[in-house]
Design a protein around this ligand. Structure first.
Ligand code: SAH
Length: 344
């Protein structure tokens, strides 16, 4: 395991084997959690230790191969190159309540959602904990903007890479590291039911965001192949169990797609099926993906849909779209970069 993926206890035991005093572990861990680019920066460590660590536990710093800043809202999008040459996207959004980083959890995705750019080339591989963490640390370092909130809503399905995601969460939550509270973290899933239960058992106070996108199986099967493995009723049951275990309201993402899932009767069906489950809806006007025939709903259709949900007692917000001028929705920048480098 890369030293940057280790928690403080693991660093502690490897330093102990090297005959180092106990307090060194915390020093190394804190430097790594600040995004130190090399052991030379760790000025409170003896020089010989720095040299041994550099040889045995090299640090990897991802390379920003693209960086785009939105002229409209200051959103910054990075394309990071990993050690093996694969690239992932990270988006930094500047909200009033704090700077929020949207991280990727996999290179590509195997979930196959019909509207999503990230899944077009399938799954290449899962990210290691330090590769997820690095997106936060080096985005913060490069931009000079302190990060207070994290959303796992970039490329990939976080629950398809749960063990590495859990380590990532442990690292960012560590008081000797970024010390970001679980309440400032959202994890978005397409609905892998057994993994939702596994996460619920951890009783973390993060927000579970579920990509619902449809009021019933008929529509959801067309949009999301995962629904054939875990139909919407099983998914909603898992959401109820998640709420019972954590007492955290579920956040549902709902991409508004013209003529597909945006009719008044779709909103009414949702209300019927969600009864008794504390929920919040994020209505997202579909981001148009070149390869797809699906189109965003009209502003009027979205407003009418929102009103039906609200009148039925379910809070619903329309997600403000940031970074529309910089391909800031997931998967778009990575794909464009692949096309450009392939044609060279
Ligand atoms: N795999 C996870 C997280 C990644 S995507 C999940 O499925 O939730 C983050 C969110 O963006 C998901 O709700 C996803 O369905 C949504 N999304 C993907 N492509 C989109 C598009 N073209 N327009 C609007 N939302 C999209």
């Amino acid at each position: 395991m890369k030293i940057q993926s280790m928690n403080c206890a693991q660093i502690s035991s490897l330093l102990k084997e090297m005959g180092q005093p106990a307090f060194r572990a915390k020093q190394v861990f804190s430097w790594l959690q600040k995004g130190a680019g090399s052991y030379d920066e760790m000025t409170n460590l003896p020089k010989d230790l720095r040299e041994i660590l550099a040889k045995e536990y090299p640090i990897y710093v991802p390379k920003a191969v693209r960086k785009q800043t939105s002229a409209r809202d200051g959103t910054v999008k990075y394309l990071w190159e990993l050690e093996d040459g694969n690239c992932v996207e990270t988006v930094l959004m500047r909200y009033r309540y704090g700077n929020t980083v949207c991280v990727s959890s996999e290179v590509g995705c195997r979930m196959g959602c019909a509207f999503c750019a990230s899944t077009l080339g399938g799954l290449v591989r899962k990210l290691e904990p330090h590769e997820i963490l690095g997106q936060v640390l080096f985005t913060q370092k490069d931009s000079g903007l302190p990060v207070s909130h994290i959303v796992l809503m970039g490329i990939g399905e976080p629950l398809d890479n749960l063990d590495n995601v859990l380590r990532f969460l442990e690292l960012v939550n560590d008081p000797a590291g970024l010390n970001i509270s679980m309440r400032h973290i959202s994890l978005s899933t397409c609905g892998l039911v057994p993994k939702i239960d596994e996460l619920a058992a951890k009783k973390l106070q993060l927000t579970l965001s579920v990509s619902l996108h449809a009021p019933n199986d008929e529509i959801r099967n067309r949009l999301m192949p995962v629904n054939r493995a875990y139909p919407s009723e099983e998914l909603l049951e898992a959401c109820r169990r998640y709420y019972a275990a954590t007492n955290r309201r579920i956040s549902f993402e709902y991409a508004m797609i013209d003529g597909v899932n945006d009719r008044p009767r779709d909103a009414k069906e949702l209300l019927r099926r969600l009864q008794g489950l504390p929920a919040h809806f994020n209505l997202i006007p579909l981001n148009h993906v070149e390869e797809s025939p699906l189109r965003p709903s009209s502003r009027e259709a979205i407003a009418a849909f929102q009103k039906i949900l609200e009148d039925g007692g379910v809070t619903a917000t329309v997600r403000r779209s940031l970074g529309g001028d910089i391909d800031a929705s997931c998967g778009q920048l990575r794909k464009k970069y692949q096309k450009q480098t392939e044609s060279k």
